[in-house]
Design a protein around this ligand. Structure first.
Ligand code: NAG
Ligand code: NAG
Length: 432
């Protein structure tokens, strides 16, 4: 037991590494939190309701044990008590129950309207979607959507039953395929700088027979399309029957304004990056404000927030520490005070005032804001990238291995659970 316990622990943090600001750290791939591993093994062996209780006890036990035995064996130098305390604290912080503990910013809508679907609907959909996902043509969709967002897109497209689906940013065509699974007979319009068929030469890709492509040399940016005549051409008179999906890494404020102007009402944004991360200004970033729980950050080095973020960084690859969050003048909004756009090819410093006005504008257009929760807790998926502290409760909670397995999710490769970035559905209308 002792050996496997020790070998499954990540090595203690190098202080330099923790201070480093790099967004793309690839060094923490296989560092599943210790407590998570314990619960994995336990949950695999047990099933039923007593499992959760047992897992909890095991985690407590193991946490205490690992703290006691860390002194002589693990390579924390004996005088480095600070690092050890941090490690101990982080083990606790890594526990499953801390979803949303650092707050989950969201955008206020005009009337506070909510989506129609419930958690029960999501669970039912999940069970249905797993076998469909297993037939996907692009098995390894690196840099594209993983399982969580594929499910979200499929679920919402199927629920909303649009008469037309528009996607901006198709890459190899995985999202086109997902939309097609949700709505087998519905026309798709796909805008993408590179035609998905280009990828077919090198490997798997998906080109749809009932999709109008504006791609390659025919590419037109979403903001430059004459949508009124395009809708006429496709026989669409009711724009509330159209679903627009953005996976194009453009400033989402810009896209929201363009969609409003065209009269679209149902939008899904794939990469709804958290504050301090990502290559474009997202709705999540825009609505990260003082008056929202988890919004309006502290750049004070000795703050609780800074301390907690530093610890979490040791366990979650994409967690954001104080130095990544804050610019030189303590600008925390956007990404260190910048509004990124166009895959980060454009990068504009904005004032806090401007950031605040942006969120007021978004609120004035919003009827619904709904972030897709992660599909399952990290002890089940073994993802080590996104930080649960900034996400809402998963559809399948940690400890429910029986359900996870019954839905076929345990058959999927771990890497498909790595891409969660708070996909969001919004309903918009011009403010009256
Ligand atoms: C396109 O959709 C129609 C029904 O709307 C169907 O009859 C036809 O087979 C589809 N074509 C392709 C290539 O999928
Ligand atoms: C984004 O662009 C800025 C400067 O334009 C650069 O400093 C930063 O490293 C870039 N970030 C990423 C993740 O590409």
């Amino acid at each position: 037991m002792q050996e496997s316990v020790l070998s499954s622990r990540r090595s203690p943090p190098d202080p330099d590494e923790v201070e480093e600001g790099g967004d793309e750290s690839k060094t923490r791939k296989n560092t599943t939190p210790f407590a998570t591993r314990v619960s994995k093994h336990a949950s695999a062996a047990l099933s039923g309701q007593c499992a959760a209780v047992l897992i909890f006890l095991l985690i407590l036990l193991a946490t205490a044990a690992s703290f006691l035995i860390s002194r002589p064996v693990v390579c924390v130098s004996p005088d480095d008590s600070l690092a050890r305390t941090a490690l101990f604290g982080a083990t606790l912080d890594g526990l499953a129950s801390d979803f949303g503990s650092l707050g989950v910013p969201w955008c206020r809508s005009k009337q506070g309207k909510a989506v129609e679907w419930t958690r029960k609907d999501l669970l039912k959909g999940l069970e249905e979607f797993v076998p469909i996902y297993e037939t996907r043509p692009i098995k390894n969709n690196m840099y594209g959507m993983g399982f969580d967002h594929s499910f979200g897109l499929w679920f919402m497209a199927r629920w909303l039953k649009p008469d037309l689906m528009i996607e901006s940013g198709a890459f190899k065509g995985h999202s086109t395929w997902v939309l097609r699974q949700a709505m087998p007979e519905t026309r798709i319009i796909s805008l993408s700088p590179r035609h998905p068929e280009k990828y077919l030469k090198k490997g798997p890709a998906y080109v749809d027979g009932n999709c109008t492509y504006f791609a390659g040399k025919d590419f037109v940016d979403f903001g430059s399309v004459d949508w009124a005549s395009m809708m006429k051409k496709h026989g669409i008179s009711d724009l509330s029957r159209v679903l627009v999906f953005f996976d194009d890494h453009q400033n989402e404020l810009k896209r929201l304004k363009q969609a409003l102007k065209a009269g679209f009402q149902h939008l899904i944004f794939e990469d709804n990056y958290d504050t301090g991360t990502g290559d474009h200004y997202s709705l999540r970033q825009i609505c990260d404000q003082d008056y929202i729980r988890g919004g309006g950050h502290s750049c004070f080095r000795d703050s609780d927030e800074a301390r907690i973020r530093m610890k979490r960084k040791m366990f979650w690859e994409k967690a954001v520490d104080r130095d990544e969050l804050c610019g030189g003048g303590e600008e925390w909004w956007g990404v260190r005070g910048y509004m990124r756009d166009d895959f980060n090819h454009s990068n504009k410093a904005i004032s806090y005032d401007e950031h605040f006005q942006n969120s007021r504008f978004v609120e004035s257009a919003l009827d619904v804001y709904w972030e897709l929760p992660p599909v399952a807790g990290p002890s089940l998926t073994h993802q080590t990238r996104y930080d649960p502290a900034r996400a809402s409760d998963p559809i399948i909670e940690d400890g429910r291995f029986g359900l996870f397995q019954r839905f076929g999710l345990a058959r999927l490769e771990t890497s498909v659970f790595n891409g969660y970035t708070q996909m969001v559905y919004v309903q918009i209308s011009a403010s009256s």
